[in-house]
Design a protein around this ligand. Structure first.
Ligand SMILES: Nc1ccn([C@@H]2O[C@H](COP(=O)(O)OP(=O)(O)OP(=O)(O)O)[C@@H](O)[C@H]2O)c(=O)n1
Ligand SMILES: C[C@](O)(CO)[C@H](O)COP(=O)(O)O
Length: 231
């Protein structure tokens, strides 16, 4: 099965409140995005990559992210959209004809493991859809607009979604096109498949597979890098 990774890095990083887009911030001397791409480059289950970036960043990404990263697999640059869902869709269109399976991943999750990527590919090849997640370990509260607890949720059945979210290509393209026709906007790709009635398999990711979203996440990221260097 031909497998393409679609790494989405077309966002503005508003919540990170940094001078440059968070996907380009330096982690251990390399851009965040370089760490992410190298995890997919090292995964034997992935044949090629599509990197989705803001339209105006193409030359920068080519010269300052891809070139120094020493990637072995082909990477194609594609321009992103206004929302993550549109960026993914642009990546899907670019993968047409080259992929039977697509692993869709946030470019700002640099600590994903190649083994876990491979396992999502293996299972998506069998079932059509597989994603990483972690079971909720904190007590979950539903909170109303006034900041008061409305109810405590049963956390036994709640998992926090991660990426990659990996699908049979035709399945996820159909789901995206259905969402576009229906005006549905989801915060992840699995939700588009779910609304089509697809059973999405969730397998354990890692608490280290963090999404760099706010400045505190950078502190965590440096700690992960430090811990890795220590072992
Ligand atoms: N129009 C967009 C928005 C997001 N993303 C990507 O989707 C991933 C998860 O999105 P998020 O963490 O929300 O990134 P941003 O949208 O950049 O952050 P913010 O919401 O703080 O602006 C990131 O790798 C981001 O670059 C994208 O490719 N295209
Ligand atoms: C796709 C995702 O990472 C799964 O948890 C998450 O939904 C992305 O949300 P964001 O607001 O686009 O970062």
């Amino acid at each position: 099965m031909r497998t393409s990774a679609i790494v989405v890095a077309g966002g503005s990083g508003t919540r990170m409140k940094s001078g440059i887009r968070k996907q380009y911030l330096s982690l251990s001397g390399r851009p965040v995005l370089s760490h992410t791409l190298q995890a997919f480059d090292a995964c034997p289950a992935v044949d090629r990559m599509i990197l989705v970036v803001p339209e105006g960043d193409m030359a920068f990404c080519r010269d300052s992210v891809l070139a120094p990263s020493g990637l072995q697999k082909p990477v194609r640059l594609v321009s992103g959209g206004k929302e993550r869902q549109e960026s993914v869709y642009n990546g899907l269109l670019a993968a047409r004809g080259e992929a039977d399976i697509v692993a869709i991943h946030d470019g700002v999750r640099p600590f994903v493991s190649s083994d876990q990527i491979a396992e999502t590919v293996r299972l998506a090849s069998e079932t059509g859809a597989c994603m990483l997640g972690i079971p909720a370990s904190d007590t979950l509260k539903q909170v109303d607009g006034d900041g008061n607890v409305r109810q405590t949720l049963d956390r036994k059945t709640v998992w926090l979604a991660q990426t990659p979210q990996t699908f049979r290509y035709d399945l996820i393209l159909t789901a995206h096109e259905s969402a576009r026709r229906g005006g549905y906007s989801g915060t992840d790709d699995a939700s588009l498949a779910e609304r089509m009635g697809v059973a999405v398999r969730v397998i354990p990711g890692s608490r280290l597979n963090i999404k760099l979203t706010t400045p505190e996440d950078l502190v965590l990221a440096e700690a992960v890098i430090g811990a890795r260097l220590a072992f």
